[in-house]
Design a protein around this ligand. Structure first.
Ligand SMILES: [Zn+2]
Ligand SMILES: [Zn+2]
Length: 159
């Protein structure tokens, strides 16, 4: 299969009939992720794609493994977070199948199947809700703003 990293899309004419599994090492910088508050720290992401093509359908299963920087929810220090984002989507050429809300049309505009949106959504869902640099992070002082992991201030602690 041919994958275009700049748009994270698969050339439809490169998808054979039947089931195809392929692993791609994608350069994370080249994909327009645009996810707020998240920076990729691995140069490469591993994208596994398992695509089934039938007469009317494309079933895309896949996962992306990559490392990200997210901010510690308490002290804002960047924390490395490894995630596996999983996707499963069904696309169809047959208009009759599109009444099923799980099935999306195959767009013919440029002969590619874009999986950027599903992968982006899966990344967002895989991010921890409250990342912490360490479980005991003392956070920032609400009065003076110093990082209480590194310094003491006169404002004391709530226990
Ligand atoms: Zn912290
Ligand atoms: Zn303080």
């Amino acid at each position: 299969m041919r994958l275009f990293e700049e748009t994270l899309s698969i050339a439809i004419n490169s998808i054979p009939r039947g089931n195809t599994f392929e692993e791609f090492f994608i350069e994370m910088k080249s994909v327009p992720w645009a996810i707020q508050g998240v920076t990729f720290c691995s140069e490469e992401g591993v994208l596994d794609l398992d695509v089934t093509r039938t007469e009317y359908e494309l079933i895309v299963k896949g996962s992306l493994e990559a490392d990200f920087f997210v901010e510690c929810a308490k002290c804002l220090k960047p924390v490395v977070c490894s995630i596996t984002a999983e996707i499963r989507r069904m696309y169809s050429w047959n208009p009759d199948m599109l009444s099923d809300s799980e099935v999306e049309p195959v767009s013919h505009n440029d002969g590619t199947l874009c999986i950027l949106d599903p992968v982006r959504e899966a990344i967002i869902l895989s991010l921890p809700a409250m990342p912490l640099c360490t479980e005991k992070c003392r956070g920032l002082c609400p009065s003076c703003g110093i990082n209480r992991n590194l310094e003491e201030c006169e404002h004391g602690f709530e226990v």
